[in-house]
Write a protein that binds this ligand. Structure first.
Ligand code: PMP
Length: 401
């Protein structure tokens, strides 16, 4: 029956982990996948998460099904975290929100909702480059995927002129995907001033903004500061779509905790949108998983756990920033590596776009047992005091040829 099914290509990001696992060298480093590692290179379970689990265990909760849109306490608190307690649409009960299978599921619910209900041409513009999964998520949702310029290879920074020109040239009413903070894969974010200009263009062209916020707290160490773009757009009167993930900022990767929301005109419209979200979700997976949402809502709803969580998010962001400093100093001052490396320090969040070429990344895997995606993206969180010297020396050698 399946003799005509061709073998598909390996996933470009998860494939890196497979190559890493097969390597037996003790110096090997995996900088492919975007999962936080502590200073010993180990996965990190947040203390606030462990405490929330203790609270949950003590309360002996049942294992009944959740409603289709998930745990009500969780979705309420997730929306508050993103939009802010002062948000006008939240106070007006005009935000439709549902729990989702982490950020990926939120994007997929959003894609499906737009494909079914968005009353204009179903074209979505993604930044070039973007997270590799965005294209298949939106294409499989039934949207036409196009790109807008984002990254300038020459400056290893934002191509703001290209971005503005492409958004201005997009057909009116197109959907535009924006990374709310800590852009993946480039680590390059617009400034506040640039966000304000993007908001104006989106308004002028009547574009529909869809925010992907997978790293709230990871860019600056503060969940409020990282929500700037989302809150600014809402304050400017835009109606937005928003995908949230708690994979990174709570370290709940495999628990699959996320939320999808849409700001609407009023409570009656919100209720109609909520009803259609349920109709989309029911035949996909019926209702979402329980445990991770309970952990997240326990943390978000408890003053002490919340402030402990905030300081742990800041701790993760700060460790990454210190690795950026150390890598920059080692590459430039100690090893006199040719080229400009300022972007290592200026880029934001989990990732750095190193500017390493494909032959260089290949050489690093073969000679130095260092694994990263072929575009030269590294997860800064994979670096630590024990491996950063080996990494910097190997990069320096690869660049010197
Ligand atoms: N959006 C972006 C930009 C991401 O980088 C990721 C994770 N790599 C996600 C969404 C979704 O991740 P998850 O489904 O694990 O929440």
């Amino acid at each position: 029956t399946w003799s005509a099914v061709p073998a598909g290509p390996p996933d470009p990001i998860l494939g890196v982990t497979e190559a890493f696992k097969a390597d037996q060298d003790p110096r090997k480093i995996n900088l492919g996948v975007g999962a936080y590692r502590d200073e010993h290179g180990k996965p990190y379970v947040l203390t606030s998460v462990k405490k929330a689990e203790e609270v949950l265990t003590a309360s002996k909760p049942d294992k009944e099904y959740l409603p289709i849109p998930g745990l009500p306490e969780f979705t309420k608190l997730a929306a508050k975290l993103a939009y802010g307690a002062e948000s006008v649409p939240l106070q007006q009960n005009a935000v439709a929100v549902t729990q989702s299978i982490s950020g990926t599921g939120a994007l997929r619910i959003g894609g499906a909702f737009l494909a079914r209900h968005y009353p204009h041409a179903k074209i979505i513009y993604l930044p070039v480059p973007s997270w590799g999964n965005h294209t298949p998520i939106f294409r499989d949702s039934g949207l036409e995927v196009r790109g807008y310029r984002y990254f300038d290879k020459k400056t290893v920074g934002l191509d703001f002129e290209g971005l503005k020109a492409d958004l201005k040239a997009a057909p009116e009413q197109s959907i535009v995907l924006l990374h709310a903070c800590a852009h993946n894969p480039t680590g390059v974010d617009p400034t506040k001033q640039q966000w304000a200009e993007i908001s104006d263009i989106v308004k002028e062209r009547k574009l529909f903004p869809f925010f992907d916020m997978a790293y709230q707290g990871f860019a600056s160490g503060s969940t409020d500061r990282d929500a700037f773009a989302v809150r600014h757009f809402v304050e400017q009167g835009h109606q937005i779509a928003l995908a949230q993930s708690f994979a990174k900022n709570m370290g709940l990767y495999g628990e699959r905790v996320g939320a999808f929301s849409l700001t609407t005109s009023d409570a009656a419209e919100k209720a109609r949108v909520d009803s259609q979200l349920k109709i989309i979700i029911r035949p996909m997976y019926s209702n979402p998983p329980l445990h991770g949402a309970r952990i997240a809502s326990t943390i978000l709803g408890n003053k002490e756990l919340y402030s402990e969580w905030e300081s742990e998010v800041k701790g993760m962001a700060d460790r990454i920033i210190s690795m950026r400093e150390k890598l920059y100093n080692t590459l430039t001052h100690d090893l006199k590596t040719p080229g400009e490396w300022g972007h290592i320090k200026s880029q934001i969040g989990m990732f750095s776009f190193t500017g390493l070429t494909q032959p260089q990344t290949k050489a690093l895997a073969e000679k130095a047992h260092i694994y990263m995606t072929a575009d030269g993206r590294i997860s800064m969180a994979g670096l630590n005091g024990g491996n950063i010297e080996h990494f910097a020396e190997s990069v320096s050698a690869a660049v010197k040829g």
